[in-house]
Design a protein around this ligand. Sequence first.
Ligand code: CMP
Length: 159
Amino acid sequence: MKAEERTFVAIKPDGVKRGLIGKILTRFEDKGYKIVAMKLLQVTPEIAAKHYAEHLGKPFYNRLMYYITSGPIVAMVVEGYGAVDGVRHIVGATDPDKADVGSIRADYAQAMEYNVVHASDSVESANREIAIYFEPVEIYDNWQSTLEKLVYDEERYEG
Ligand code: CMP
């Protein structure tokens, strides 16, 4: 049985500027995931440094800092069974040319640096990233999606 998980997703400045917010949100909603927090915000250099601390010192770090602060992002918390890996599958590989056909990055991106969307790579990263962008009171999961029992019923399915 898969665990119910939360993951952090950001539509990056290129995704927002290109008018892709709706199309990207639809991918997650269509899968049956629940969006339990969401906001449009300007990433400050301080937030960017916290978020991407693991990339400090890498050749692309300065460009990544410039890019992620170059306009607003849409930050969200997505909830669902096995959501960390499931969302990454929908998002696709970091390099859009290696991303599975039909994934967001394969469909909308050409460059590794401007890859439209970010998604946490593990439950631990998700918890860390969610805490950077959201206060606990900004996360609303006290509502039931009409799809909940249809897309994944803990009591009935094993896989
Ligand atoms: P993201 O999933 O947000 O995680 C780190 C980001 O750094 C990544 O998406 C890309 O935008 C960028 N990135 C990762 N690897 C490279 C790379 N080799 N060259 C340029 N940018 C990269």
